[in-house]
Design a protein around this ligand. Structure first.
Ligand code: HEC
Ligand code: HEC
Length: 295
């Protein structure tokens, strides 16, 4: 915050409090004692007169207390422009403290679960509940709340794996991240061959395509694609090269989408989580992911 806006806020805040105090004290008339005549404002309606009494004492004192409280609060906590308050309280600090407390509370629980193999842990309902919460916080933005994926983000519930679906492999994926790179082929094989190999890829998962084109495409596939996707198109988990025969797609299985994947290439990035989640939480969320396709 610039010092101008800081001063602006300070002046308005303190000015308003001072104004309220003045209004309260400046307009206060002497309290009447019992039995004394009370004056009226002169307003009458249906014979009812409006008294011109000061605020009851308890009420007046209540206002004074709120003013003192406000001033005390503004000294202790941030509120006056960029003045941080003498307690040094911050939202972030309070949040971090809560996180810290939660970490301490759950650390031993997580450590216990981390000693159980992922496949075993995937049968423990309370571990899965915690793992599901970690998934909702850190993974659902990309993989969806139900882990069913989205365009460019793989479905984690279908037991079809780019990198492998054993407990250890899933954990490895989450710990260290993965990067799948499909090269762009347009400049290398030309548009005609892109169309032909698209036809071949369409037929791999049982789709309809021009037979002659698909035949040419099959040659192209053998030369350029088999190295990663395998001669029969079943993929290679060591490279993260997807199985092209199962009609499960990261980027869509229409001829247009397939051609787009081939023409321009694709890059899929699964970020590494070991540094900010740590081994034990990754272990837990790996068990959750494993459970999704191993009921
Ligand atoms: C920024 C988006 C993003 C976030 C956040 C993310 N992922 Fe991923 N994840 C991806 C992408 C993209 C891939 C596919 C990588 C590829 O195409 O090579 C992937 C791949 C995976 C795979 C491998 C799937 C397979 O078929 O082998 C697993 C398992 C996985 N993610 C689990 C998780 C878990 C658990 C979390 C949370 C801790 C998480 N991901 C958070 C984007 C993300
Ligand atoms: C260097 C290895 C490599 C080669 C060679 C390669 N690919 Fe790929 N391909 C990949 C990887 C890795 C992915 C997954 C990209 C990702 O994770 O985002 C992929 C993705 C694809 C996809 C998208 C699949 C989906 O589920 O949406 C298609 C289609 C495809 N490749 C076809 C081909 C064709 C056709 C060729 C030959 C012209 C080819 N690939 C050559 C590695 C390769």
């Amino acid at each position: 915050m610039s010092s101008f806006w800081s001063a602006w806020i300070i002046i308005i805040t303190l000015g308003t409090i001072a104004f309220c105090a003045w209004l309260l004290i400046g307009n206060r008339k002497g309290m009447k004692n019992a039995g004394e005549d009370v004056s009226t404002t002169g307003h009458t309606y249906d014979g009812i007169e409006e008294y011109d009494n000061p605020l009851p004492r308890w009420w007046f004192q209540g206002f004074i207390i709120t003013i003192i409280f406000a001033l005390g609060y503004l000294v202790l906590y941030p509120g006056l422009g960029s003045f941080k308050g003498v307690l040094g309280w911050t939202q972030e600090g309070a949040w971090e403290e809560e996180i810290q407390e939660a970490e301490e509370q759950f650390a031993s629980l997580y450590a216990g679960w981390a000693a159980i193999p992922v496949e075993e842990l995937a049968k423990d309902a309370s571990a899965l509940q915690s793992g599901g919460r970690i998934f909702a916080s850190y993974c659902s933005v990309c993989h969806g709340t139900a882990a069913t994926g989205a365009y460019g983000f793989p479905n984690l519930t279908d037991n079809d794996w780019l990198y492998g679906g054993s407990g250890a492999t899933i954990k490895e994926t989450i710990m260290n991240g993965r990067s799948g790179a499909m090269p762009a082929w347009l400049d290398i094989i030309g548009e005609d061959n892109v169309k032909a190999v698209t036809a071949h890829v369409v037929t791999l998962s049982g789709g309809e395509a021009d037979a002659a084109m698909a035949e040419t495409g099959s040659q192209v596939f053998g030369t350029y694609c088999a190295a990663c996707h395998g001669a029969n198109g079943k993929g290679n988990q060591a490279l993260g090269a997807p199985n092209l025969t199962d009609n499960i797609w990261i980027y869509g299985g229409s001829a247009e989408q397939i051609a787009l994947s081939i023409r321009n290439g694709r890059v899929g990035n699964m970020p590494a989580h070991k540094d900010f989640l740590g081994n034990d939480k990754v272990h837990l969320v790996a068990a959750y992911v494993y459970s999704l396709s191993n009921k």
